[in-house]
Design a protein. Structure first.
Length: 371
């Protein structure tokens, strides 16, 4: 609550007082005009900044150009207000994050910005893009956003110490006349996050992120609830004995609170100095819980990294050079983790793999620990 000049002067002169209670109540309540409390706004500023910093690095690697995504600008809008703000045709990408539940969001990019990105993916400089939007352009931006959201999910998982996975992006050209958003975005308030997005010497554009306000608040409650700190000393929560006396019920002897100095019952974790990780042994009883779970075994002959342009040039009879030499052992992966190496053989006209090397038990368990 703003103070008048008279109140400020009175406080400075020592003749007046300032009641902090209304200000504290105002800080806890949603801020007028944007529908978010101060704590929710700070959370999404940090959440969005963390996500897009990691996403910008991933997109830079995909395009081979420096990409920067600016500081997030938060606001709460209605779907009807978006058409005027967006102004020109947009490409819509539906995505989001997965925790125990799905937290959907959509990203909006101007069709011109998408055309520039596609031009760069095709090996050109992005200065004279083809503005015709087709399935190829829309699919390509979906793959770029896949890289962005994947990197963002990894960064957010580390920040909040909570597993976040991405919702696979689905892209489409957004109808602007009239504006047609997915059904869940047409009713109620939307949290809009606006970013300035720049591509090195080529583009200075914008990126919009939208999620229903109710979904945004659910995401806030889930992530902050998982990391809620222990009560501080002097907390207003009553101890068990006090609660029992208020209700009039006697405290059983086994539930009596020992006479100790007032202090939090939960202490901060004291981490030991970093030291080399102990060797992992196979005597792990927890492995018995997963012995009957089916696993996907894949044999990787080799890999190749191609640009979109080269992929589009592939025709029947084209040869793709892999990164392994002729006769070199192939990799055997279990659920995407390297487990062994072997050589290709033919058994009754079917291909097979003869195992020539298996990773040690400790190495295999270390691989499983990252799943």
């Amino acid at each position: 609550m703003a103070l008048s000049q008279e109140q400020i002067n009175a406080i400075l002169e020592g003749t007046g007082t300032y009641d902090a209670a209304p200000a504290a109540a105002q800080a806890a309540a949603p801020t007028a005009g944007h529908g978010l409390s101060d704590s929710e706004k700070q959370f999404f500023q940090h959440f969005s900044q963390t996500a897009m910093e990691a996403g910008a690095v991933a997109v830079s690697q995909a395009l081979g150009k420096n990409v920067s995504i600016g500081h997030p600008e938060l606001s709460v809008v209605q779907a009807a207000e978006l058409a005027a703000e967006l102004g020109q045709p947009q490409v819509l990408i539906q995505t989001g994050y997965l925790t125990e539940k799905t937290h959907p969001s959509i990203l909006l990019l101007k069709d011109y910005d998408v055309a520039v990105i596609f031009d760069i993916l095709m090996g050109k400089d992005g200065r004279n893009p083809d503005l015709e939007m087709g399935d190829l352009q829309i699919s390509a931006i979906g793959e770029v956003v896949n890289q962005l959201v994947g990197a963002a999910a990894t960064a957010l998982s580390k920040t909040f110490e909570r597993k976040l996975a991405m919702v696979p992006p689905e892209s489409e050209l957004l109808s602007m006349s009239p504006l047609v958003l997915p059904a869940s975005y047409q009713q109620g308030a939307l949290l809009q996050v606006r970013y300035q997005m720049a591509i090195e010497d080529v583009l200075d554009g914008e990126l919009f992120e939208l999620r229903p306000l109710s979904e945004a608040q659910a995401l806030y409650q889930q992530l902050t609830g998982a990391a809620r700190p222990a009560p501080a000393a002097g907390s207003t929560a009553s101890p068990p004995s006090a609660q029992a006396s208020v209700s009039g019920a006697p405290v059983p002897p086994s539930a009596a609170v020992p006479d100790v100095p007032p202090a939090p019952t939960v202490q901060p974790v004291a981490f030991a100095p970093l030291s080399p990780a102990p060797s992992v042994t196979t005597a792990n009883p927890n492995l018995e819980r997963i012995l009957d779970i089916p696993l996907r075994v894949t044999v990787e002959l080799g890999a190749a990294r191609l640009k979109v342009k080269n992929v589009l040039d592939l025709t029947k009879g084209s040869i793709v050079e892999l990164d392994k030499l002729s006769g070199e052992n192939v990799d055997l992966l279990v659920n995407g983790r390297l487990m062994a190496k072997g050589e290709v053989v033919v058994i009754n006209e079917n291909f097979g793999v003869r195992i020539t090397e298996i990773l040690g038990p400790a190495d295999r368990l270390q691989n499983f620990s990252g799943l």
